[in-house]
Structure formats: C-alpha cells, structure tokens
Design a protein around this ligand. Sequence first.
Ligand SMILES: [Zn+2]
Length: 259
Amino acid sequence: MNDLIANKKIVTYHKINAQNHLSEHFDVYQGKDILITVDDGDISFYHYMFPLLKKYNMPAILFIITGLIDTKIPFWWDEIVYLLGAEEGEKKVWEVKNWPNHKRLDYIQQLRDNSNKPPLEQVQLTTAQLQEMQAAGVTIANHSHTHPMFDQCTEEELREEFRKSKQFFEDRQLNGYELFAYPNGNYSAFTERIAKEEGIQAAFLFDHKLTGKDYNPYRISRLSVTDQTSVNKLRFILSGWHTKILPVRKKIFNILNGR
Ligand SMILES: [Zn+2]
C-alpha cells in the first residue's frame, strides 16, 4: 500500500462525462509519479478511464459504493436533482450534506413519495466488470456502502457502512476494502477511530491538496480534477501552486474590497 501512495501526486476524478481532455491528461502524467483515484464508481470509469489506464499502464484506485454495484439504484445526489429539477436540486444536495444522516434519508424518501415522476434508474458497474478491472491491475477500493456523510452518522450507522462493504468485498474476492475514501471527504476524529476499529488501513480526503512527505495514512490529501480540466490547469494543479496562490489572491481581493 505504501508503494502505491508514498511520493505520489494523487488526483481524484468523479463521474467522467466523456473522454474530453482525458487522453491529454495521460500525456501530462507520463514520467511523473501520479496515482489516479476515482470516487463513486460511476459506470463512465469503465468506458472512458479503464481503456486509458490499460494503454498507459498506470496505477489507479477506483472507490466504489458497494450498495450500488449490480443494481440500478441511482446516486442519491442525482436522484435529488432529478426529483427537484437542476436549480433547486443542486442547492438542496449541498444543504442535506449538513443534515443528520437519518434526516437526509427521510427527506429523500418523502421526495420520492410525493413525486409523480417514474423512479430514476442508473446503470451501475457489475461485479464482473470490477473483477475484470482488478485482474487488469486497477485497485477496487471502498467508498462506503451507501455514501452518507460520515460526520453526520451515528456510531451504529458508521459501523454498518463498514461491515456491509467489508462483506461485499469478501464475497466477491475484491481486495481493496482497507483503502477507504470518505464520501465528500467528510471526516472527524470520531469517524477516524471507527474506521481504524473496522480495519481500515488508509483513508483518503477530498481537500484539493498535495500529499505531504510525512502524510498521515488516515488523512491522505488528494487533488481534484475532471475530464474537462485543461492541460495547462492540470499542470498548475500538479505543481501544488494553487494552494499557495489562491489564498494570496483571496487576501488581495479582501484588501481591495476593504474586507
Ligand atoms: Zn463520493
């Protein structure tokens, strides 16, 4: 595991809309120590990212939501947008991330019950696809069972997330249960303790920072990119300068605006 992470610049993608700039990204990655990670396990990984990983023989971790594999269950944030419409839905998604987990679940159920739209279905990855990718060198890893915000969960809910995903990995001979990416990057001292107790060996954040040399294995930083990130912006992000320059820009903005 240490070989996978140490001295690497770790980038994170989510849903990949189309290949867009992806193959150019791989040109940039050549000769650099890059670890590609992708959260949520959207089916687009299989179509757009997996072929490039094979072509360029690069390491990658796919963090999957185990409760969605082999189903047509949609991502819950997509379902909110579907039920409420884009504008209101996207605002609501941010709002409910700050709610206690049971309140978020009750709210989504209410939206479903009160809607006359047909239920949303999404094509999700299958066990066969995961096993094919693992055999080709992709690390299939853990992004929880249902993607709740871990800082909004009770201890019981947290343990259930870990135990269900552990069972899933064991049943399907997938190897990456111990590598965990926090949904939305949300964590706390409490979630960290439970994660350790449930056998997690490394936990990844979503903080748009470079991993330092003396990284904490339970708070591994990652850089955020998408298939639409331009090559120049990607180079800038990989340099780590965005974390130094952006705060300065903000400071200058505040001074200019008398804040
Ligand atoms: Zn996620």
